[in-house]
Design a binder for this molecule. Structure first.
Ligand code: FES
Length: 79
């Protein structure tokens, strides 16, 4: 399984074999794939991303490997 952080956006789970359950173990209905989970905290459809991050100025550009001066590095080739 691979989870991709979209720059200034959600966590995207890049696998078809995903089950998302709540704290009681009850599964959420997954209507769209790949599954995008809200990372900004503003979605009205939590835990799913509903695109609200685009209008709130969410800054989520942390890279796995920081660039010079601690700034986020650019993409490393993954599309
Ligand atoms: S990351 Fe998309 S609405 Fe929060």
């Amino acid at each position: 399984m691979r989870i991709r952080l979209r720059k200034n956006g959600p966590y995207v789970i890049e696998s078809e074999d995903v089950a998302l359950v709540d704290w009681n173990g009850v599964p959420y209905t997954i209507e769209r794939r790949p599954v995008a989970l809200c990372r900004c905290g503003k979605s009205a459809a939590k835990p799913f991303c509903d695109g609200t991050h685009r209008t709130t100025g969410f800054d989520g550009a942390e890279a796995a490997v920081p660039g010079p001066g601690g700034k986020p590095a650019g993409p490393t080739g993954a599309a």
